[in-house]
Design a protein around this ligand. Structure first.
Ligand code: PMP
Length: 288
C-alpha cells in the first residue's frame, strides 16, 4: 500500500487513517466503493468508474455525498501525493457514523469518504503472460449485484475457495448453471465460432467498466459479441476464456475447474484485446 491515505477531507499517513467503529460501512456494509487503475500516472477510464459510483450511491439512497468532481479531485490528489505511476486507487463512501446502531437511515450524518492507493504492475503483469486458473463456485450473493457495495463476503469466500484450489479467480454460477461473473472480474468466453460471449448487464452482475470498453474495442475490430448467459459446460468447451477488471485489465483464463481451455495457453483474442485495451486506455481521451 502507498503511504498517504485520504479520510474525510484530510490526507494523512495510512497508519494514522481511522474511522469510527459506529461507521455504517463497518456495522452494516452500508457503503459503496470503486477501484480505478493508474497507468503512466493517470487514472484510466475513470469517468466510467465515477458514473458507476454515482449510480451505486443513488441506488443505496446515500444522497449527501460531495459532488463527483470533488471525488475525482481527491483521487487525482492521492495519485500525486503518493507519486503513483502505476497501480490502483481505492475509494469508499459509506452512509457515515451516527451515535447509535439503528438499521434505519440515521438523520444528520455525513458520508464517510476514504481512499488509498496501491502500487501494482498492471501493464507488465506476469499473470497476463501465464494466464490464470479459474474455479467455479455457487453464486451466493444478494439480488442487487449491479450496485458496487462493500458487502463482499460471498466474493471473499469465493476467492479463497479458488486460492485454496490453486486457482487465481473464482467464477460464480447461478441456480440455472450459468456463470454470472468472477469474484472481482467480468467473465468472457470465446466460442469455437469465434464469438465473444459475456452475460448481459442486469441486477445479476456488476456492470464492468473494463467489460464495456473491451466490448467496444472488440466491435471496432469486427469481432462478434453475444451478450447472453453461458453454462459451465459451455465454458469448458470454449476456444478461449478471459476476464476483465480495472485491476487486471484483460487476463487470459487457461483452465476452469482444472480443465484446460483451448490449448491451455493464453488465447489469441485475449492477447489482442489486452493490447488494444492498454493502447486505448493510455491514449489522451480526445484521441481515442
Ligand atoms: N464484477 C465484479 C463482481 C467486480 O468486483 C469487478 C471489479 N470491480 C468487476 C466485475 C469488473 O469491473 P471493472 O471492470 O469495472 O473493474
Amino acid at each position: 500500500m502507498s503511504d498517504i491515505a485520504y479520510v474525510n477531507g484530510a490526507y494523512l499517513p495510512l497508519a494514522e487513517a481511522r474511522v469510527s467503529i459506529l461507521d455504517r460501512g463497518f456495522l452494516f456494509a452500508d457503503g459503496v466503493y470503486e477501484v480505478a487503475a493508474v497507468v503512466g500516472g493517470r487514472l484510466i477510464d475513470n469517468d466510467a468508474h465515477l458514473s458507476r459510483l454515482e449510480n451505486s450511491l443513488r441506488e443505496l439512497r446515500i444522497d449527501n455525498a460531495p459532488p463527483i468532481q470533488t471525488i475525482a479531485n481527491v483521487e487525482a490528489e492521492l495519485v500525486a501525493r503518493n507519486g503513483l505511476s502505476e497501480g490502483l486507487v481505492y475509494l469508499q463512501i459509506t452512509r457515515g457514523a451516527s451515535n447509535d446502531r439503528d438499521f434505519g437511515f440515521p438523520s444528520g450524518t455525513t458520508p464517510t469518504i476514504v481512499a488509498f492507493a496501491k502500487k501494482k504492475n498492471i501493464v507488465a503483469s506476469p499473470a497476463a503472460e501465464t494466464g490464470v486458473k479459474v474455479l467455479t463456485v455457487p453464486d451466493l450473493r444478494w439480488a442487487r449485484r449491479n450496485i458496487k457495495t462493500v458487502a463482499l463476503l460471498a466474493q471473499v469466500l469465493a476467492k479463497q475457495a479458488a486460492l485454496d484450489a490453486g486457482c487465481q479467480e473464482a467464477w460464480m454460477v447461478d441456480r440455472d448453471g450459468l456463470v454470472t461473473e468472477g469474484s472481482s472480474s467480468t467473465a468472457f468466453i470465446v466460442t469455437k465460432a469465434d464469438a465473444l460471449v459475456t452475460r448481459p448487464n442486469s441486477p445479476a452482475i456488476l456492470p464492468g467498466c473494463t467489460r464495456k470498453a473491451v466490448q467496444s474495442l472488440a466491435a471496432r475490430e469486427g469481432l462478434t459479441i453475444e451478450e447472453r448467459g453461458f453454462s459451465v459446460a459451455e465454458a469448458y468447451e470454449a476456444k478461449e476464456a478471459f476476464l476483465t477488471s480495472a485491476s487486471n485489465l484483460v487476463l487470459p483464463v487457461v483452465s476452469i475447474d482444472e480443465r484446460p481451455i483451448g490449448s491451455g495457453a493464453p488465447g489469441e483474442r485475449a492477447r489482442l484485446l489486452r493490447s488494444l485495451y492498454i493502447e486505448w486506455a493510455t491514449k489522451p481521451v480526445a484521441t481515442r
